[in-house]
Design a protein around this ligand. Structure first.
Ligand code: ZN
Length: 244
């Protein structure tokens, strides 16, 4: 599998940037994980909007779903241009009915995932962990049988992540706070907490994401290095990771 970061800001995007959005490819299948503000624009640096095969959403906060509406318009416009009626599946949970209903449009269909079951989408098998966040949100463990990616989505720290992320090749953590802060009330993690999960779970690479708009984000890496001695990277747009 090939992972490309399209957007990584928490809350709102920096200039010419995007909030949470990750593209996962395997063979000819392309899955978009979350669709934050600016992500449709970033996607088109390497893909056509119609190249998407499926979208999956962790939760319905704006910084994770802001571009769903324009993605629906893109597929509608393309249906006229191409004289086709392709439907894009958008997977979401149903604990927010209004959010879930908004996924269905003329050329998109909202599909409920059952967080207690394994979800198969194309070549990917996905399991879920409910996060600690002000609204219902699910982290995901995604494998193609060879490589495993764990995405915490938005979450305060909890020990369940140790098992859920066990031996993953890539771990993308919510790193919205610096080590000296407490993100638990906001439902987010610090650099230290993400690194503790990476260490205990023995992951191949830690990717710090959902980054804050203040201070120097490179300090998040320095902080994380105190607690995890493997590979750590700061999320950046267009960055691509493949297991070597
Ligand atoms: Zn959120």
């Amino acid at each position: 599998m090939k992972l490309t970061i399209l957007g990584y800001w928490g809350g709102y995007p920096a200039p010419d940037s995007a909030t949470s959005a990750y593209m996962l490819e395997k063979d000819d299948f392309t899955l978009l994980i979350d669709a934050g503000s600016g992500s449709l624009s970033k996607l088109q640096n390497t893909k056509h909007v119609m190249d998407l095969d499926a979208v999956i959403l962790s939760h319905y906060h704006h910084d994770h779903v802001a571009d769903i509406g324009v993605l629906q318009y893109a597929w509608l416009v393309q249906s006229y241009i191409r004289e086709s009626n392709d439907i894009l599946p958008i997977y979401g949970h149903t604990e927010d009915q209004e959010g879930f209903k908004s996924l269905t449009h003329k050329n998109t269909e909202g599909i409920a995932y059952n967080p207690a079951a394994v979800l198969e989408i194309g070549p990917f098998s996905i399991t879920f962990l409910k996060t600690d966040h002000p609204v219902p949100c699910y982290g995901m463990r995604i494998t193609d049988g060879e490589t495993t990616l764990v995405y915490t989505a938005d979450t305060a720290f909890k020990a369940e992540w140790y098992d859920f992320a066990k031996d993953a090749d890539f771990l993308i953590t919510d790193c919205n706070f610096y080590e000296d802060q407490d993100g638990s009330a906001a439902g987010h993690m610090t650099s230290k907490e993400g690194a503790m999960i990476a260490d205990k779970a023995n992951v191949g690479k830690l990717i710090l994401s959902h980054l804050p708009q203040y201070r120097n984000n490179n300090d998040l890496v320095k902080e994380a290095e105190q607690y995890f001695h493997g590979s750590i990277e700061l999320a950046a747009e267009g960055l691509v990771w493949q297991k070597s």
